[in-house]
Design a protein around this ligand. Structure first.
Ligand SMILES: Cc1cc2nc3c(=O)[nH]c(=O)nc-3n(C[C@H](O)[C@H](O)[C@H](O)COP(=O)(O)OP(=O)(O)OC[C@H]3O[C@@H](n4cnc5c(N)ncnc54)[C@H](O)[C@@H]3O)c2cc1C
Length: 364
């Protein structure tokens, strides 16, 4: 039997992919799927590799992006492929229903506690009873604080972004605002023409995170409908992802883009790679190194590069990128590739070359 800990999108997707060959049970500590929401729900169209275009969870599409410099000046870009805004609860429920249809057994209100030899312990959170469960394969899809990763010591130490988000009522023009920050980023994403999702993620400074959110709330002014928070793991290319018959996927393995905190697309991709390796008796690591590491590594290096920029340099970069030629290049890509392209545009333009030369070292 395969036991998966965590009924997030990654755990549910993985369960549905494995259920064709195996008996699969998913333990989830909450009483249902999709709540509490700790996500902005912005994804690139790459998500359509995992879900049908006809669905009930894409609630908005946004093609206009403004990237702000610290001095509040910005460049405005039109993405060739608009970003999608999803309803996270409905999104998670889609994967849950797919898994249920394939015969996966879900056990809610049960928390993974510890590991024994080829069995594990879960606690029934209603009765506090501890139950032992036997498994052939164990998969930790239990999010950024993964108890499976900790208990098995597959991951010994992890770094995080702390994310804070507020949903506000505010009439808007359907534009995404992105604020690159040192060791973090902030965003304003339109849920619809009357609602904004405003968030800040910071690696080092929870107090600063709160301050920045307060500043953005002052700038965008609107009635706060909800506040959410959560952790986003920083991808670590040196970290392990498995041990014998135990594997990690999604946030539990740290598969998140370091530039934007996007974990849904890489998490679902890791689920596909893991299902393929278990179904075909192949190496999970090899699959990940081939199909996921290159893009996550690039995002990590871009993060290092962004962190190495001073405020003055960001101001100058945004100013220099305002030329028609640079904007034309930047508009041809999805938001995911934007940061990589920022660098290549910077390197191509002699005026901006100085950034490339000074900071290129940060890439290696
Ligand atoms: C503020 C914020 C904003 C974000 N915005 C975006 C965004 O706009 N776009 C994007 O792509 N990504 C975003 N992310 C990241 C995204 O939410 C995650 O990458 C994604 O949820 C990972 O899915 P997962 O299934 O791996 O983990 P999760 O969604 O965290 O699911 C893990 C599941 O495991 C369960 N669990 C945990 N521990 C146990 C245990 N011991 N026993 C049983 N069950 C357990 C949890 O209850 C949960 O249901 C954001 C994250 C934060 C914090």
């Amino acid at each position: 039997m395969i036991v998966i800990i965590g009924a997030g999108p990654v755990g549910c997707y993985l369960a549905s992919l494995l259920a064709e060959e195996f008996e699969v049970t998913v333990f989830e500590e909450h009483r249902s799927v999709g709540l509490p929401i700790q996500c902005t729900g912005i994804v690139t169209q790459e998500i359509y590799k995992f879900v049908p275009k006809k669905n009930n969870f894409v609630i908005n599409q946004v093609g206009d992006v403004r990237i702000y410099a610290p001095n509040n000046k910005h460049i405005k870009l039109k993405l060739e492929k608009p970003d999608l805004i999803i309803d996270r609860q409905k999104f998670d429920t889609y994967f849950y229903k797919q898994a249920k249809k394939k015969g996966v057994k879900f056990v809610f209100n049960h928390r993974f506690i510890s590991l024994n030899k080829n069995s594990l312990s879960v606690m029934d959170l209603k009765t506090k009873e501890i139950k032992r469960v036997k498994y052939d394969y164990l998969i930790g899809a239990d999010g950024p604080l993964s108890a499976v990763a900790k208990n098995t010591r597959i991951i010994k130490k992890r770094n995080y972004f702390i994310g804070l988000q507020a949903i506000i009522k505010k009439k808007n023009n359907n534009i995404i605002d992105f604020y690159p920050l040192k060791q973090g980023f902030a965003w304003v994403v339109p849920e619809d023409r009357n609602t904004l999702r405003i968030g800040v993620a910071s690696r080092t400074n929870p107090k600063g995170c709160n301050e920045k959110l307060k500043k953005l709330l002052k700038k965008y002014k609107g009635k706060i409908l909800a506040k959410q928070g959560g952790l986003v793991p920083l991808f670590d290319p040196w970290s392990s992802i498995s041990k014998e018959n135990i594997f990690l996927a999604g946030d539990a393995a740290g598969f998140v883009k370091a530039t934007t905190g996007g974990g849904l697309v890489p998490g679902l991709k890791s689920a596909e790679i893991l299902a393929h390796s278990i179904n075909n008796n192949l190496s999970y690591e090899a699959g990940i190194y081939l199909h996921l590491y290159p893009s996550l590594w690039l995002h990590l290096e871009m993060r290092k590069l962004m962190d190495s920029f001073t405020k003055t340099e960001w101001n100058q970069l945004v100013k220099d990128l305002k030329t028609k030629e640079a904007k034309k290049m930047l508009q041809k890509v999805s938001r995911d590739k934007l940061f990589q392209l920022l660098l290549s545009v910077a390197l191509k333009k002699p005026k901006i070359m100085k950034y490339g030369i000074k900071h290129f070292g940060a890439l290696f």
